[in-house]
Design a protein around this ligand. Structure first.
Ligand code: HEC
Ligand code: HEC
Ligand code: HEC
Ligand code: HEC
Length: 409
């Protein structure tokens, strides 16, 4: 199953490499002279801030250079560097750095403590734990929607897929900066924004320590880390306000009546958006309109946070082969986009992007919503994202999909 998902994600995100220029190692070596000041003559970054490029996949290097040039990956230092490079130059330096060996990289497992400019640790600083980093790397954390890094970046950070960067023997400070950038969405990649977005600062430090020297903990057995549930102030305030919702949605957001949607475990941003739109009339429902009329913006944020923090119970669907196929593969001949692209491999949606969870929801409610999107009775989806898909679904597709989604956990 994992294989299918990853090849799908790959198919969605991979660039059209058939059109790419072929790189020449010798030409690349000459052109890389200007890069040596920071990335080292041997492709090993001169300091913690400069990533190692030695042994990195050429395709990945080219993709990053294009992104720096186009400004889709924002970095003030690299932008001018990439601006002067032609496609051929990029292919050449990519081929050159890929041909170098990274094994000469110094392992800095202590969280970058040897780098200049690093000030004394804060009083209760977290001590990076490479073993915890390894566990998160290999197992991910389904409870927080963090995919296992190993699935894309390979065993011990050596990825076999050319578009997924090698992470092994990379400076920990650089790894941490990238994860923080993905988290803050100043660097954009769908999958990485989601995973890094759910990682705590401690997780990120642990990951940096692990990737700087994977060998140091080669013999450590991985175990699942379960962080304490994050209970925010909003969630506490929301609980009090949720009393009036209980009759239909259940006290903990697990409604007992199938036509009333489950709210437990739904993404907070999505919930808040729905409440705002019931209030403004952008999403039309006579029952909910009355419920939200008196809610303030703060109430809606609190309610979203509260229900998001609750645990959903299992849905009432049974698994369906057709549903599973459509969910993970879509149907290109009918222009149906695979649901996995937005609702995620485990049906948990993508919180940051405002894509709702569909797992554990009741078959009846899911059916009602797909039908409303199909007939345009519900039209609050940005850019008609759902209407364009739902209009192509036949009755039996909807039956199969709703059974499958409801059975997802
Ligand atoms: C003045 C220093 C400097 C020079 C010179 C420089 N770079 Fe960089 N490079 C950086 C920094 C800093 C980053 C990390 C940016 C970030 O944090 O996102 C970077 C990142 C990169 C990355 C992305 C690596 C990754 O793992 O995603 C590539 C590829 C790259 N540089 C290639 C080059 C090439 C090719 C040249 C020469 C044409 C070059 N750089 C010259 C400072 C430099
Ligand atoms: C679905 C596949 C996938 C999974 C799973 C995944 N990544 Fe990534 N990761 C990517 C892709 C693709 C990129 C390159 C993004 C780009 O082109 O800018 C990337 C980039 C990165 C980078 C930046 C590397 C560099 O050289 O700049 C880091 C660090 C990283 N990932 C860490 C992780 C960690 C830690 C995990 C697990 C919590 C993880 N990734 C899980 C696909 C994935
Ligand atoms: C009388 C029953 C009832 C009460 C009480 C009620 N709701 Fe609802 N709620 C519904 C129904 C029915 C729907 C489905 C509307 C539709 O089909 O589009 C719904 C939908 C929702 C949705 C959209 C869920 C999704 O997955 O898109 C949210 C969010 C929501 N309600 C929150 C609340 C909150 C918060 C309260 C309390 C302030 C509340 N509801 C009180 C009946 C109720
Ligand atoms: C391009 C992204 C995208 C794709 C692909 C996609 N969806 Fe959605 N879906 C959304 C968004 C965004 C919403 C929420 C719209 C809103 O803000 O109210 C949504 C909402 C839904 C809902 C209503 C959830 C609720 O709680 O009310 C269902 C059911 C659903 N999608 C099913 C599917 C199915 C089945 C597929 C595949 C056939 C699919 N989606 C593909 C983006 C997508």
């Amino acid at each position: 199953m994992n294989k299918i998902i990853f090849s799908l994600i790959l198919a969605i995100t991979s660039i059209n490499s058939a059109l790419a220029a072929t790189g020449n190692v010798e030409a690349g070596k000459t052109k890389a002279a200007t890069c040596a000041a920071c990335h080292g003559a041997n492709g090993i970054g001169a300091s913690e801030a400069f990533p190692n490029l030695a042994g990195q996949h050429a395709d990945y290097i080219v993709k990053q250079l294009k992104a720096f040039k186009a400004g889709t990956r924002v970095d003030p230092v690299m932008a001018p560097m990439a601006a002067g490079l032609s496609e051929q130059d990029m292919a050449d330096v990519g081929a050159y750095f890929a041909s170098l060996n990274r094994s000469g990289a110094a392992a800095v497992a202590e969280g970058g403590s040897e780098s200049a400019g690093q000030t004394a640790a804060a009083p209760v600083a977290h001590v990076p734990n490479a073993s915890a980093g390894k566990s998160l790397y290999e197992l991910g954390d389904p409870s927080r929607n963090i995919g296992a890094c190993i699935g894309c970046h390979g065993k011990e950070g050596n990825s076999e897929v050319l578009i997924y960067p090698n992470l092994a023997k990379q400076h920990s400070q650089y790894i941490e900066k990238q994860l923080h950038d993905f988290k803050a969405t100043t660097r954009i990649n769908f999958a990485m924004n989601q995973f890094a977005g759910a990682m705590t600062d401690e997780d990120i430090a642990d990951m940096g320590a692990y990737l700087a020297d994977t060998q140091a903990v080669a013999n450590v057995k991985v175990k699942r880390v379960t962080p304490a549930a994050i209970i925010t102030e909003e969630a506490i305030a929301g609980k009090a306000k949720a009393a009036m919702c209980a009759s239909c949605h259940g006290a903990d957001g697990n409604s007992l009546v199938a036509m009333y949607p489950k709210l437990a475990g739904q993404n907070a941003e999505y919930l808040t958006k729905q409440l705002q739109e019931f209030k403004s009339g952008v999403r039309k429902d006579p029952v909910m309109a009355g419920m939200v009329a008196a809610l303030s913006e703060q109430d809606m944020t609190d309610l979203g946070a509260y229900f998001a923090s609750q645990k959903p119970t299992a849905g009432n669907g049974s698994t369906s082969t057709l549903g599973q196929q459509l969910y993970f593969g879509g149907d290109a001949s009918r222009k149906i986009t695979a649901c996995v692209a937005c609702h995620g491999a485990s049906g948990k949606g993508m919180a940051k992007a405002g894509f709702p969870a569909v797992a554990n929801q009741s078959v009846e409610y899911l059916t009602a919503q797909l039908t409303k999107f199909k007939t345009k009775a519900r039209d609050n989806d940005r850019n008609s994202m759902m209407r364009n898909i739902a209009k192509r679904l036949k009755k039996n597709d909807i039956e199969a999909l709703t059974q499958f989604m409801s059975s997802m956990k």
